[in-house]
Design a protein around this ligand. Structure first.
Ligand code: 13P
Length: 342
């Protein structure tokens, strides 16, 4: 596979202030999301929801790629066009989640390891045939009493690098996602230390496993206070700690860093991304690959009803526009006010 194609795809995913819509919830996760609007999760309701998201008018102005789940990559829009074709027709690159989930790590209470390497080469070949040009693998690192352990960081970094090497072999850009969770009560400095240790090990493994860094994207957490911490760091502090952490660990050849939202509110995810991008030029593009922070208001407005498709789409448009502005460092709270008053 020509390295150039990988480099071009990776760069295209972070070009023009655009970012990625993560719509790759597994059947279990989407069921939890649908519970919030009291909608039964069926193959058809999942298809209808993704149809609403992907047919949003003008989505391509702010969204460069969409991460799909296995089932969704095989589904079609209401007019019979496969979702992969529909998206590529709009200039949006289809991607695919390829890990099979985070499971308890043996001998490490409270820690997880992500599975999905067995048979991955064959699955990637099939996914490429179905139109996927990039992929995602999410590793989960938990902060707590005595954790993360070096053992947990090591096995997850190793698996991420094995996945990334296999993706590149098939001409698929790997999104490398080591997520340090923000659910605990730790302060921002503890998040910084855990994220720095994790990224250091991830790039060590990527190097040893001969991964071409110009043909990957990194999808990390922001360095942020744990949800339960009594002092919540400001957007400026998040930007300072996050950039310090990446400058210390992420090689300049990586074309882009696309953040997960990780449980931040939609507006917080935009404000923090904006603060990060207001610090002047960095070696990498700093963009978004949000799931909840792009979808939450759209899901609530849609509510499972065909009559509310446009309402749902207008919320997705707004979040995509706000986050794209944040990539350019031009997001402001007034953008939210204007939308609310219109
Ligand atoms: P959130 O933005 O909701 O954290 O999801 C992004 C994602 O793809 C997690 O793997």
């Amino acid at each position: 596979m020509a390295a150039n194609e990988l480099h071009e795809t990776a760069r295209a995913l972070v070009a023009d202030d655009r970012g990625i819509l993560a719509a790759d919830e597994s059947s279990g996760t989407i069921e939890k999301r649908f519970d919030s609007i009291k909608l039964e999760s069926t193959e058809e309701s999942r298809r209808a929801y993704r149809d609403m998201l992907f047919t949003t008018p003008g989505l391509e102005e702010h969204v460069s790629g969409v991460i799909l789940y296995d089932e969704t990559l095989r589904q079609s829009a209401s007019d019979g066009t496969t979702f992969a074709k529909l998206l590529s027709g709009k200039g949006i690159i289809p991607g695919i989640k390829v890990d099979t989930g985070a499971k308890d790590l043996a001998g490490a209470p409270g820690e997880k390891v992500t599975e999905g390497l067995d048979g991955l080469r064959d699955r990637l070949e099939e996914y490429r045939g179905l139109g996927a040009r990039f992929a995602k693998w999410r590793a989960v690192i938990t902060i707590g009493d005595g954790i993360p352990t070096a053992y947990c960081i090591q096995v997850n970094a190793h698996a991420l690098a094995r996945y990334a090497a296999l993706c590149q072999e098939q001409g698929i850009v790997p999104i490398v996602e080591p997520e340090v969770l923000m659910d605990a009560d730790n302060d921002i400095e503890t998040c910084y230390r855990a994220t720095r240790r994790t990224l250091h090990k991830v790039f060590d493994e990527l190097y040893h496993q001969r991964v071409d860094l110009e043909g990957i994207l990194l999808k990390p957490n922001m360095v942020i206070s744990g949800k339960g911490c009594s002092t919540q760091a400001s957007a400026d502090e998040v930007a300072d700690w996050t950039l310090k952490c990446f400058q210390e660990t992420v090689p300049a050849t990586v074309p882009g860093i696309v953040f997960l939202s990780g449980g931040q509110s939609d507006e917080q995810a935009s404000a923090n991304l904006n603060a990060i991008n207001s610090r002047g030029p960095q070696p990498w593009v700093l963009s978004f690959s949000y799931g909840r922070a792009l979808q939450a208001p759209a899901l609530a407005a849609w509510g499972g009803s065909a009559e509310n498709v446009e309402a749902g789409q207008s919320f997705l448009s707004l979040r995509a526009r706000c986050n794209s502005a944040a990539v350019a460092g031009r997001y402001s709270a007034e953008m939210e006010e204007l939308a609310r008053s219109s």
